[in-house]
Design a protein around this ligand. Sequence first.
Ligand SMILES: [Zn+2]
Ligand SMILES: [Zn+2]
Ligand SMILES: [Zn+2]
Length: 80
Amino acid sequence: MCKHEVMIDRYTVCKHRQWLEYTGRKEDCDLPTCRTSPRHMHNTKNCACHAYVEDIEKTRSVHDTICPGCESIQRSAARM
Ligand SMILES: [Zn+2]
Ligand SMILES: [Zn+2]
Ligand SMILES: [Zn+2]
């Protein structure tokens, strides 16, 4: 299983994590039976190999607030 590093922001109040972007850093499993590996042995699209990619979360910053998603929900709820 290959691993892709992704940047996240953490929000301590609602405990949500917001995904920002992939850093481009990858850990390759180097298996010929892994679809996301460059060593993958098949050229056909529909081979039986797995294409599971695990994400490694790398915390960019921690906020002592709620996340923007929860904030907009709270804001629209307050209007009703
Ligand atoms: Zn892999
Ligand atoms: Zn394959
Ligand atoms: Zn939230």
